[in-house]
Write a new protein. Structure first.
Length: 160
């Protein structure tokens, strides 16, 4: 039982900068879109209006601050950058699938930022398979819960 609890605590501590980075654009985003309103070769927007320069930068900065507070500055930078890149890649994929901004794709919305965070940070601080599995199950639950809260606080237009 102690090993399970230790894995849970370690996993959340490990990924915390990524979680903070991922939710920061909801509060601090807006402004100029990262794709500058450009379209891809398929005629659809590259990312869309919801992926903004300010949101990307705020995510990296706040996630990095969390990493610094943990005493893991480089890890915080990599987890945060991975979260923001992963989130943008998820939006890119959704636009290619013809899903409009604000549309939801189960697992892609919840896991893409997580996977890229782990990939970006893995060379500096690896995480064990049990932690990855735990985070893959925990993240969609937290994502849903925080989105519902953000919706009721009028920070998001949809609850998913």
């Amino acid at each position: 039982m102690r090993d399970i609890l230790a894995t849970i605590v370690y996993s959340i501590w490990y990924i915390l900068p990524s979680y903070i980075a991922n939710m920061s654009p909801v509060i601090f985003g807006g402004g100029k879109p990262i794709d500058f309103n450009k379209k891809f070769i398929d005629g659809r927007r590259i990312l869309g209006d919801h992926k903004t320069i300010r949101g990307f930068i705020s995510g990296v900065i706040l996630g990095t601050i969390a990493g610094i507070a943990q005493g893991r500055a480089l890890q915080g930078i990599l987890l945060s950058l991975g979260a923001m890149v992963g989130d943008a890649i998820g939006s890119f994929i959704k636009r290619r699938l013809g899903i409009e901004e604000g549309g939801s794709v189960p697992l892609l919305d919840q896991e893409c930022f997580l996977v890229f965070s782990i990939l970006f940070a893995y060379p500096i601080e690896s995480v064990d398979l049990y932690s990855i599995i735990f985070l893959l199950f925990l993240t969609p639950l937290l994502h849903k819960g925080t989105n519902v809260i953000a919706y009721y606080l009028k920070l998001k237009e949809v609850s998913y």
